[in-house]
Write a protein that binds this ligand. Sequence first.
Ligand SMILES: *Cc1c(COP(=O)(O)O)cnc(C)c1O
Length: 398
Amino acid sequence: MSSALIPTYARADLAFERGEGAWLVTVGGERYLDFGAGIAVASLGYGHPHLVGALKAQADKLWHTSNLYQIPEGERLARRLVDATFADMAFFTNSGAEALEFAVKTARKYHAVDGHPERFHVVTFEGAFHGRTIAMVAAGGNPKYYEGFGPKAPGFDQVPFNDIAAVRAAIGPQTGAVLIEPIQGEGGIREADPAFLKALRALCDECGLLLIYDEVQTGVGRTGRFFAYEHYGVAPDILAFAKGIGGGFPLGGCLATKEAARGMTAGTHGTTYGGNPLAMAVGNAVLDVILAPGFLEEVARKGLLLRQRLAQLRDAHPAIVKGVRGQGLMVGVETHLPPADFVAAARREHLLSVPAGDNVTRLLPPLTATDEELAEGVHRLERACVALEAARAKGAAS
Ligand SMILES: *Cc1c(COP(=O)(O)O)cnc(C)c1O
């Protein structure tokens, strides 16, 4: 039967019924090892007892009240995020794109209340991905995502990644902020150079610009630190997060210094659902696990282990695998074939992964995956490489 869903996705012919840790089980009972984690969302895997317990307990008490009232669990989550980061304040949303909309609105308002509403331009980077709202497809700058949806939203000036001279050249009297992913996710696990990010911070300070990090994918433990900027020792003024913070519950948000958020007073922005009691209970439960002593160190250790094993895979299958990169459990496998084909070959071995730009396949296992599961994932990729090589040899022979 044809689907009644609007077909904006090319979905794999797979439907899952339940999950356990790093594993998903289909309607038919087949088990898949999930190194996609719902695109870096299921940070603690599936059915984590602490998360399930927190959600069920909150579901019995209260789901939603609106932001017309105090939400104590939200106050608590904001305080914990602020205490663990550069920030002084937080705002909660339902998604990454909304978090970035808030980030850009905050930067524009910062200049507007200073008498400079003309400073609404934001410098962004080639290969970026910031979500799918009308403003964020302009910020991301990928024509595939903005063409056909009316005029491209003004105020986003795109420059090459890791090119400080290009940033400097793009800054004019209308520039108010710079928006960057410290490690590009959709763009293919492309890391900012430490020297570039330091120079970017200095340039922002020199020109009175706000530095905004998009840590929607890199944040909340994914790279082996709470936020990826900690690897660089370069703090932003504003930071957007989402994905991992909800462990599968729709939750995002924005962190900011008090100074950067100075324009965001009562009535300037709002959301009906953002930060509701169900989301806040889950967010706090995720932090209970991620911020527990030793957890992030384990993510970093497991990331290193995974990348070492993948380097061996590259050495054994150089015709398929070109390189391996990333931080923590945000890993990119660069291949000599289109990532969609590599992802499909891995899926035939019951391993789930996510394609990205730059001929890279992303491996984003749950942060709770065990050493054995990481090794098993690489075994499955090895089988995928063997199958791809066999298919190539057969193609060459016929
Ligand atoms: C996923 C993602 C977004 C968009 O998040 P949504 O929740 O899909 O709106 C924005 N930025 C980055 C870096 C992302 O990975």
